[in-house]
Design a protein around this ligand. Structure first.
Ligand SMILES: Nc1nc2c(ncn2[C@@H]2O[C@H](COP(=O)(O)OP(=O)(O)OP(=O)(O)O)[C@@H](O)[C@H]2O)c(=O)[nH]1
Ligand SMILES: [Mg+2]
Length: 405
């Protein structure tokens, strides 16, 4: 199981608060503000109830949403598996949870007792996975709506319909998908379930139908802090999703730079400039994980698309991204970057103005951290997009369609 990444969920408001705290209370004020933000963040959770009939595809959807591999995954299969609500957490962002509900259609299942004891108010939103709409789905939908929660309906196993319809005369995939979607909507209407979004989905082809749209809609329904957390937890299903992660990570870089200006600085041998190497290295590591470029995430993706890791890395330009990230590596990156040249000049100036030294250290640290993390982020984003393209090409070769893995 992968370790959790440090807090990267800072938004614009957080950055302003942290800077204001620094102005008001100096280093100590900043430290308190950061501690406070981290405490608040550790209390932010996203809880998604995933419900539906036995065998409809709930566990498969959870594995896709949380990007779980075989060992971490909710078990899937033809046999009905669980009679209790089972929680699953994101491997690197453990405050993002999906709750696997038991299928209510199994014989001898005490539906009434189960519905009575389930606290639907505890979830942020619910997803009902269907092959067709049933009375039990209706029970769940009503309970969730009564608790004032958002509800989405996911029509699963679309690949099966495509496969069985494809050979028929006059087949048009868009028309067929539209009709499946309309059918689901009208079942919901007939059941008296008001305004509910319906998404078509296949666990074998995440990009192909409405899965990216489902992810976006869930994000838009969450609170500001939850949004950031959930967004970072999502698998890279499109360049858009990578770009959204980049925006979120840029915010966290602003905070990290402010922190680096305040905490103890470590001189870099050979360059003798001031910056916090540990902070930079740990943030590069965390961003790499969020962007799915660490060894483990790459391995999961390679397995999913039936390729080797080196094939997914093909055409990427920044080899360092896949290597070991530690303080020495950060120094190498620093020396290679334009930051180093500017600092050497700045240090010369500093020799003649020793009185500026402490202020200069803090400013330098802010500046170096910000530049280093931003440059690294840009190179990782570029790499993540190439990896995504390689994965999509592999998936299209397997599924015979242009998108998805
Ligand atoms: N073709 C296809 N099969 C799917 C899809 N999603 C799930 N399945 C298969 O359907 C079966 C049931 O999937 P699960 O995800 O275990 O379903 P579940 O709702 O969790 O089932 P229970 O835990 O028994 O309630 C498994 O064999 C899956 O591989 C899909 O989108 N397409
Ligand atoms: Mg299951």
């Amino acid at each position: 199981m992968a370790g959790a990444v440090p807090n990267l969920c800072y938004n614009r408001r957080d950055v302003l608060d942290v800077v204001a705290a620094y102005r008001r209370g100096g280093v100590q004020g900043l430290q308190l503000a950061i501690d406070d933000k981290n405490k608040q963040m550790s209390n932010v959770h996203v809880r998604i109830a995933v419900m539906g009939e036995s065998g409809s595809g709930k566990s498969s959807l959870i594995n896709a949403l949380l990007d779980l591999d075989d060992e971490e995954a909710a078990s899937t299969g033809f046999n009905e598996t669980t009679t209790e609500i089972t929680p699953y957490s994101h491997p690197s962002l453990p405050n993002v949870h999906c709750y696997d509900f038991p299928g209510l259609n199994t014989p001898n299942f005490p539906v009434k007792a189960f519905m009575k004891k389930t606290k639907f108010a505890e979830y942020d939103l619910g997803i009902i996975v269907i092959e067709r709409w049933t009375d039990n789905d209706q029970l769940l939908a009503k309970a969730l709506k009564k608790a004032g929660k958002s509800l989405y309906v996911v029509r699963s196993k679309i690949d099966q319909i495509v496969k069985s319809e494809r050979g028929k005369k006059g087949y048009n995939e868009d028309v067929m998908l539209q009709s499946v979607w309309k059918n689901c909507c009208s079942s919901l209407e007939k059941a008296g379930i008001g305004k509910t979004r319906v998404f078509l989905y296949s666990s074998f082809d995440l990009n192909a139908y409405d899965f990216p749209e489902l992810q976006k809609t869930v994000v838009s329904d969450l609170s500001e802090t939850q949004k950031q957390l959930f967004l970072l937890s999502l698998p890279n299903t499109s360049e858009d999703s990578i770009n959204e992660k980049r925006e979120a990570l840029r915010m966290s870089i602003e905070c990290m730079a402010a922190i680096s200006a305040a905490i103890a600085v470590i001189p870099v041998p050979g360059l003798s400039l001031a910056c916090d190497l540990v902070l930079i290295a740990s943030n590069i590591l965390a961003m790499r994980k969020i962007l799915g470029l660490d060894n483990e995430s790459l391995g999961k993706l390679a397995k999913r698309v039936g390729k080797r890791k080196y094939e997914l890395r093909r055409d990427t330009k920044h080899a360092w991204v896949f290597g070991e990230i530690n303080q020495e590596q950060v120094v190498l990156l620093l020396k290679r970057s334009t930051v180093a040249a500017v600092l050497t000049v700045a240090e010369l100036v500093l020799d003649f103005v020793p009185i500026l030294s402490s202020g200069f250290g803090a400013t330098t640290s802010y500046w170096v951290t910000r530049r280093m993390l931003t440059n690294s982020l840009e190179e990782m984003v570029e790499t993540a997009k190439i990896v995504l393209r390689n994965a999509e090409a592999a998936a299209s070769a397997t599924h015979g369609r242009a998108a998805g893995y």
